[in-house]
Design a protein around this ligand. Sequence first.
Ligand SMILES: [Cu+2]
Length: 212
Amino acid sequence: MSFPRSIVLLLAMSVVAACGSDTTTDPQPQTTIAASSGDAQSAQSSQAVASPIVVRVARDGAALAGASVSWSVASGGGSVAPATSTTGADGLASTTWTLGPSAGANSLQASSAGANGSPVTFTATATGPAPTQANVSVLDNSFDPTAATIAAGGQVTWTWNGAANHNVTFPAGMNSSNQASGTFSRTFPTAGTFDYLCTIHGAAMSGQVVVQ
Ligand SMILES: [Cu+2]
């Protein structure tokens, strides 16, 4: 029994094609890790950045649930909690990052065993602790700066530099008199945001003290 040569050739080619596609099919799934959100934030030193640090782990591009991600502070001396987390159905894992005690650059690494792209590096900037004293200039008709930031227990001093009468009035009291020169100081023992205004000029001449 014999086949025409062309049919033998066709059979041989299809066997080769089948073998070829077998050997190129997906030998090893590719697991990858990449930053999802939370990079390049800034926060006060020794405080947590506002947004969580999030990575995404994928297998062949699709979200991979149940992958273990380890978080470690690489520089800046801060801390993470938790130090290990597990990806959810969306492939995401997150942690909270508290920056170190000094002003400057901080970095954090996320890694997942066997994942390409590991470790992922996140950076953040720590700002120095809030000052214990701030100065505000009272002008005609504005406060400069409009917002002053101090640490709890700190003091703000207003100095009158305009020509007209102005005052510093908080809704809760402890206010200046109407004055055209001199200074007024008060301390702020508790954290919060305290809005004030000059009642002579109303809302157009207002300011804010942020106590951290
Ligand atoms: Cu005024």
